[in-house]
Design a protein around this ligand. Sequence first.
Ligand SMILES: NC(=O)c1ccc[n+]([C@@H]2O[C@H](COP(=O)([O-])OP(=O)(O)OC[C@H]3O[C@@H](n4cnc5c(N)ncnc54)[C@H](O)[C@@H]3O)[C@@H](O)[C@H]2O)c1
Ligand SMILES: [Zn+2]
Length: 309
Amino acid sequence: MAVIFDPLRERTRPAASHSDEEIIDVLTGVDETVGVDTSGWAVLTGAGMSTDSGVPDYRGPNAVPRQPMTIQTFLSHPDQRARYWARSWVGWPRMRSARPNAGHLGLAALPVAGVVTQNVDGLHQASARQMGSDSPVIDLHGSLDRVICLDQGHMFDRDWVQTRLSELNPDFAKLVGIDPIDVETAPDGDVDLEETADFIVADCPRCGGLLKPDVVYFGDSVPSARLQEANRICDEASGIVVLGSSLAVLSGLRFVRTAAKESKPVVIVTDGPTRGDELADYRSISRVADFVQDWALRGIQGDDDKLQA
Ligand SMILES: NC(=O)c1ccc[n+]([C@@H]2O[C@H](COP(=O)([O-])OP(=O)(O)OC[C@H]3O[C@@H](n4cnc5c(N)ncnc54)[C@H](O)[C@@H]3O)[C@@H](O)[C@H]2O)c1
Ligand SMILES: [Zn+2]
C-alpha cells in the first residue's frame, strides 16, 4: 500500500486505494465480484467516529499525549481511585452532553449486520434510538454511563454516582478553582487535575465494594459474553468496515485480522495510519462523517431502487 506524508498534519499515512465512490459501490453491493449488500457488513468503530461530536481521540493529530489509567493502577491505591474519580467527576457533564454527529446518524440509517464499537461514549446507542435502528450495537470496551461494583457486580447509573460524588465533595470545585462545565474534556471523559488526593470516592451503596466506571481499562480484558456477541456479528458478516480507529488496541485489530484470514473484504476509513493498513482491500482517508453520509445516501437509495424493481 502506497504511503504518503501529510504535510498539514505532519505525519505519514497510507494513500487512498480507491475513490470513496468506488468503495461505496462495494459497500452497497453494486460490485458484483464481491456480491454483498449493506446488511452483510460488520462495522468496527473507534474514537475517530466521535471527534466531530467534540469527544477527543487518543491518536489523532491534535490528540494530547497522555497516560491512560490502567486497571492495575486503579486498584493499586486509594489515592489513584481518588485521582480517577475526581477527574471523571469534573469531565462527566461535558461528556454527557455530547450528541451523535452525522456519521453516527448515517450509520444508524443503514441496515448493517451490526456495529462493534471501541468507544465508551454511548453515541451509537443514542443515534440508534434517534433513528429507530435495530442493528445490534456492542460496546466492546463498555460505557461511561454505567458504574459497576467490583466486589459483587452491582450496577449503577453514572448520573446517580455523579450526584452522590457532588454530595460527598461539595467544596471540591471551589477548592481547585474550576467550573465543572468549562473544563476541557480529555478522551475518557476525565480531565487533567493535580490536587485530587482530598476527593472523597463513593463506595457501592449496597455492599460497600469499590465502584469503577463500567469500561475496560488498559490492561483489563473484554467480558467474555460481550466478546462472544461481537465475534458472532463479525463471523456471520461477509466483510468488515473500520471507521475512525488506529487499530492500535489489539481487541479491535483482532476482528480485522480474522476477516482477512477468512478472505473477507476489509474496508478501512480513517484519516491517519492504522495497524490494519496492510490487511485492507479498500482504504479511504476521508473524514468518517462525510464517508458515512455518502454511504447512507447510496444505501438508502439502493433500497428504493430495489423496492421499485
Ligand atoms: N469516544 C470515545 O469513547 C473514546 C475516545 C478516545 C479513546 N477511547 C478509547 O481508547 C481507545 C482508542 O483507540 P481508537 O482506535 O478507537 O482511537 P485512536 O485515537 O487510536 O484513533 C483514532 C483514529 O481516527 C482518526 N480520526 C479522528 N477523527 C477522524 C474523523 N473525523 N474522520 C476520520 N478519521 C478520524 C485519527 O486520525 C486516528 O487515526 C479505544 O479502545 C477506546 O475505548 C474512546
Ligand atoms: Zn456492591
